[in-house]
Design a protein around this ligand. Structure first.
Ligand code: A2P
Length: 332
C-alpha cells in the first residue's frame, strides 16, 4: 500500500532533500521514481537503503504516478504540467511558475492548509523566504491582525541550487589562496561579500524576489491589502535563510504575548534569550524542520504597542522547499 511518488529534479539541492525527507518522515511510498536530466540518467540514489536508478525525465514519465514533487526550475515545470495533470498525478511544484495562478493553491501547511482542497492538479510551494517568514508571522497575524511588514533578508547560497552552494565553497578557498574568482551562479563574488540582488530587477526598483514576499504573502494570508516592503540580500551562508522583520498589527501586541504565541505555534521554535546569547542563527537552523524565531521586541520607533521587531532563521532547502513540499503531500 502507499503512493507512487516521482521526484522531478531529484539530483538538485532541493530534490536530494525531498528524497531524504520522504524517507525520514516515513511517507507511505509504494514506488519512487527519480527523474532528472539525461546527464544524470543511470546514476543511482539511496532510498531506504536501496539503490534507485535515476531516469531521464520525459513527457511519459508520469504514467501511474500519484504525486509528483517538482524542483527542476520554472521552465521545466511549465513544460511538464500538462503531461503530469493528464496522467492523473498531483503536481507539487517548487518553482515560481504557477504560484500566483488563481487555480493553483499556494500552501504552507502551518499557514493555510485548507487552501489545498481547491487544487485542480497543481499545488505550488511558495518562495522559500516567504515560507520561512509566514510560519512565524501567520500565528501572530491570527491573534492580532497583520497590517504591514518591512523586511530585510539574509539569504543563503542554497537558494541558487547546488551550484550556488558549490560556488560559495570553491570561491572562499580561491579568495584565501589569493586566486582570481569567476562568479557564475551569482552576479558578483559572494565569498566574503554580500549582494543586495536576488532575481531580476523590476521597473519600480524592487527585485522579483522582493515582490514575491508581497504577492505570495497576500495570497497565502488572504490579505489582499497587506503592505510589504522588502530588501532581499544574498549572503555567504550555505543553506539557511534569515530575516529581520518589522511587523505592524491592527491591535496592540507585547513581546511577551508574541513569545507565548510563537511557543504554541506549529513549525516554529522560540529561541529568544539574548542574555544567554540565544537567538536564531542560520547554522542552528540548518537541517532543522522548525523555523527559529527570536529577538522579539517592541518597535521603539512607534508611540503605540502595535509594532514588533523579530528575527527568524529557517533551513531554505527544508522548510523553504523540500520539507514544505512533502508536508503538502502528507496533507493530500
Ligand atoms: P541534473 O542534475 O541531471 O542536471 P539545482 O536547483 O540544484 O540546480 O537542481 C536542478 C535539478 O533539475 C537537477 O536535478 C537537474 O538534473 C534537474 N534538471 C535540469 N534540467 C533538466 C531537464 N531538462 N530535465 C529534467 N531535469 C532537469
Amino acid at each position: 500500500n502507499g503512493f507512487n511518488v516521482a521526484v522531478a529534479g531529484a539530483t538538485g539541492a532541493v530534490g536530494v532533500e525531498m528524497v531524504k525527507t520522504l524517507e525520514k518522515r516515513n511517507f507511505p511510498v509504494k514506488n519512487l521514481k527519480l527523474l532528472a536530466s539525461a546527464r544524470s540518467a543511470g546514476k543511482t540514489m539511496k532510498f531506504k537503503g536501496e539503490d534507485v536508478v535515476i531516469e531521464e525525465m520525459t513527457h511519459d514519465s508520469f504514467k501511474g504516478v500519484d504525486i509528483a514533487l517538482f524542483s527542476a526550475g520554472g521552465d521545466i515545470s511549465r513544460e511538464y504540467r500538462p503531461f503530469v495533470v493528464e496522467s492523473g498525478a498531483v503536481m507539487i511544484d517548487n518553482s515560481s511558475a504557477f504560484r500566483m495562478d488563481d487555480d493553483v493553491p499556494l500552501v504552507v501547511p502551518e499557514v493555510n492548509a485548507e487552501d489545498i482542497k481547491l487544487h485542480k492538479g497543481v499545488i505550488a510551494n511558495p518562495n522559500c523566504t516567504t515560507a520561512i517568514m509566514l510560519v512565524a508571522v501567520a500565528p501572530l497575524h491570527r491573534a492580532k491582525g497583520l497590517r504591514r511588514i518591512v523586511a530585510a533578508t539574509y539569504q543563503a547560497a542554497s537558494g541558487a541550487g547546488a551550484k550556488g552552494m558549490h560556488e560559495l565553497i570553491v570561491q572562499a578557498r580561491e579568495v584565501l589562496d589569493g586566486k582570481a574568482v569567476n562568479p557564475v551562479a551569482f552576479a558578483h563574488q559572494i565569498a566574503f561579500n554580500l549582494i543586495p540582488h536576488i532575481d531580476a530587477f523590476k521597473e519600480n526598483g524592487y527585485t522579483k524576489e522582493e515582490l514575491k514576499m508581497l504577492n505570495e504573502s497576500r495570497k497565502m494570508l488572504h490579505l489582499p491589502e497587506l503592505l510589504v516592503s522588502c530588501t532581499c540580500v544574498r549572503i555567504p551562508v550555505l543553506r539557511a535563510h534569515s530575516e529581520a522583520l518589522n511587523l505592524e498589527f491592527e491591535n496592540d501586541i507585547t513581546p511577551e504575548e508574541a513569545r507565548a504565541i510563537i511557543e504554541a505555534a506549529p513549525g516554529v521554535q522560540l529561541v529568544d534569550d539574548p542574555a544567554d546569547k540565544r537567538y536564531p542563527m542560520p547554522l542552528d537552523a540548518t537541517e532543522k524542520y522548525d523555523v527559529l524565531c527570536g529577538r522579539i521586541r517592541q518597535d521603539i520607533s512607534r508611540n503605540d504597542k502595535r509594532g514588533l521587531d523579530i528575527f527568524v532563521s529557517g533551513d531554505q532547502v527544508l522548510k523553504g522547499a523540500a520539507l514544505n513540499a512533502v508536508q503538502i503531500a502528507e496533507l493530500l
